[in-house]
Ligand binder design. Structure first.
Ligand code: ADP
Length: 611
């Protein structure tokens, strides 16, 4: 069933809605008076900064901020309060104030008392009251603000975290009654500290406190409320008093205000003044812009777990044990953070260096592969060269073999004849047989040397004596030399000259040089001579030279004789010297040619001696 709303009720409702809308739109004077109970220390300075920052961002109308610090921790009593009231009343007479911001329970108490006389109907925004303060002060509904939860229980919990097995808490601060912020801790103490020993150092002389905190038992922690004045009546800004205590204390100090970290507090669930100021400012702006204070519920906030990194290090507290979301202050930057650019530069240099090393290793690997490959090619080429040289020498080799074989035949025939006689001379036959044996060995030796020389062996480095290499090669060439009417002369060094190298390949070098010399002297009618010399060069290398009495090398060809396929011979291949150079370079030596003053050519090479 649909009921019709009576017209009268509808009109009344509409008027009420319009009225409340108009009320909600009511703009207040854009000026505020901030009253706090401090004497203007860093805590209140930060609180104002937070407040001013938010107020300053108010875009519509500029907000004027008046500010009075009531200094209630150093002054108090009825007379002082009356003086303050009079002073403020007279000072702000005629000033349009849109809202009062009262910071702290002490100030809020006064403001509520003075309200009827000084600020009738002006909204009040309190800041930094805890729930117990609110319960005690019972602000009326049009008073709202920022409630902070700052129970002693939180500090005790933090103390238990930073001191495992905590058995004693040491409360250091002003007389409970003088405390303006942490007064409620006194009531909490009996419940919170159950099972713990409690040492109270409240309202004591600074010198006594300093003495006592230096000798605290091992499993204790200090909980610092704040000291404005000590037992002797000396006044301190509370952060300065904390600094003096921290200097002497032998135990960590749990604190409850952000501004107590720097002077030596280890940290705790701390009042964060800038946050409190910002929250109070946000509520105040809403009111100035027309919202009714009773429609804005108090905001909870303004505390945060914050810890002091150097103190955590000092007391060996791991970050992982701290309450969730804890912020760490004064953390020493790591090396990388401190020397950011330098670190980046070093890292970049290391990276480049690593890249370079990788590149060089790769290069080395490639070079090694190339070296192995070229040695293989050189060995193959050297073998071809050897075969070619040997075939050139074949006539003299045949001659060398023919000689012992001929002797064997003659001796065998002689022995046969002698055996056919009636009375053979056995002694002589024995001698003949010995000759046959020696000749056979000689022929065998020629074949062995030839085989060794023609063997296709891989490049093989061993310790060898250059005197031996030269002697062997010269012996091998002796028959050829005498067949070509060339005198071979070898002058070896007095002692062994040891080098690391491949014997066959070094022999090949010598062989190529000597054969070239013999070739060069074909047209020389007489005095054909090849001289080989080995000598110690400078203590670290050996020098070998092969010189001849030929025509020498035309000066314009001196630079070309080592080029591959350079030849002036009809049947030449032009690879003998190029192979010789490759072999010597592979042995880390040097090779060069020159013409001698008295005609003839000389080829020199050096090789490093073994250590
Ligand atoms: P090939 O013997 O097949 O010509 P080589 O590389 O051994 O190849 O020699 C190259 C050239 O160097 C020779 O053709 C010759 O002109 C010159 N040469 C080498 N040794 C001598 C030497 N002792 N006297 C004069 N010329 C030489």
């Amino acid at each position: 069933m649909i009921r019709t709303i009576p017209l009268k009720a509808l009109i009344v409702g509409l008027i009420a809605m319009l009225a409340s809308a108009c009320l909600a739109q009511e703009m207040r004077p854009h000026s505020i008076l901030v009253l706090d109970q401090s004497d203007g220390g860093p805590f209140y300075h930060q609180l104002f900064s937070g407040l001013r920052e938010v107020i300053g961002k108010h875009s519509d109308v500029h907000v004027t901020v008046y500010n009075e610090s009531l200094d209630m921790s150093r002054f108090g009593g009825k007379a002082y309060e009356d003086t303050l009231k009079r002073y403020i009343k007279e000072k702000y007479q005629g000033k349009q104030i849109g809202a009062i911001v009262s910071v702290g329970a002490g100030t809020t108490g006064l403001v509520l008392n003075w309200r009827d006389e000084l600020w009738t109907g002006i909204p009040i925004v309190f800041a930094m009251l805890d729930e117990l303060d609110v319960a005690r002060l019972k602000p009326p509904p049009d008073v709202t603000g920022v409630i902070v939860r700052l129970p002693l229980a939180d500090s005790v919990k933090v103390a238990q975290t930073v001191v495992p097995g905590l058995d004693t808490i040491v409360l250091v601060g002003d007389d409970w009654d003088r405390l303006v912020v942490f007064r409620n801790w006194k009531d909490e103490l009996s419940t919170v500290a159950a099972g713990l020993q409690v040492i109270e150092m409240v309202g004591q002389k600074m010198s006594d406190i300093r003495k006592r905190v230096a000798e605290l038992p091992p499993r204790s922690a200090i909980i610092y409320s704040s000291i404005f004045s000590d037992g002797e009546g000396a006044f301190y800004p509370p952060f300065v008093a904390l600094g003096m205590i921290a200097e002497a204390a032998n135990r960590p100090i749990v604190v409850a205000a952000e501004t107590f970290l720097a002077p030596g507090g280890i940290g705790g669930i701390v009042l964060t003044p800038s946050l409190i100021g910002a929250n109070a400012a946000t509520i105040t702006l809403r009111i100035l812009d027309g919202e009714r204070p009773e429609q804005i519920p108090p905001v909870h906030g303004g505390v945060k777990p914050i810890f002091n990194w150097p103190q955590l290090q000092r007391w060996n507290v791991s970050e992982t044990t701290l309450p969730e979301g804890s912020e760490i202050r004064f953390r020493e930057p790591t090396f990388v953070e401190r020397y950011r650019w330098q670190s980046l530069a070093i890292a970049a240099a290391l990276l480049v260096q690593a890249g370079l090393i990788m590149f060089l290793l790769h290069e080395r690997h490639m070079r090694h592969d190339a070296e192995v490959e070229s040695q293989k090619r050189m060995t193959e080429l050297a073998h071809v060269n050897r075969q070619a040289t040997t075939s050139e020498l074949s006539s003299s080799i045949a001659h060398e073999l023919n000689q012992p074989l001929g002797s064997i035949l003659t001796n065998a025939e002689t022995a046969e004849l002698m055996l056919a006689s009636d009375n053979p001379d056995l002694g002589e036959i024995r001698e003949i047989l010995a000759d046959i044996k020696r000749d056979d060995q000689r022929a065998g030796e020629v074949i062995r040397r030839l085989r060794g020389f023609l063997k296709r062996t891989p490049f093989e480095i061993r310790d060898i004596d250059l005197n031996e290499i030269m002697s062997e090669t010269f012996k091998f060439l002796s028959v050829q030399a005498s067949a070509r009417n060339v005198a071979l002369d070898l002058q070896i060094a007095p002692g062994a000259l040891r080098v690391r190298g491949d014997a066959i390949q070094l022999q090949q070098v010598v062989l190529n040089l000597v054969v070239n010399s013999m070739d060069a002297m074909t047209a020389v009618p007489y005095g054909r001579r090849v001289i080989g010399r080995i000598k110690l060069n400078d203590g670290s290398s050996a020098a070998i030279s092969i010189s001849d009495s030929g025509p020498g090398i035309p000066p314009d060809k001196l630079g070309k004789v080592f080029d591959p396929f350079f030849t002036t011979k009809d049947q030449g291949m032009g690879i003998g010297l190029s192979i010789a150079r490759t072999i010597i370079l592979a042995h880390k030596g040097q090779i060069w040619a020159e013409n001698l003053n008295n005609g003839g050519a000389a080829f020199h090479f050096t090789l490093p001696l073994t250590a």
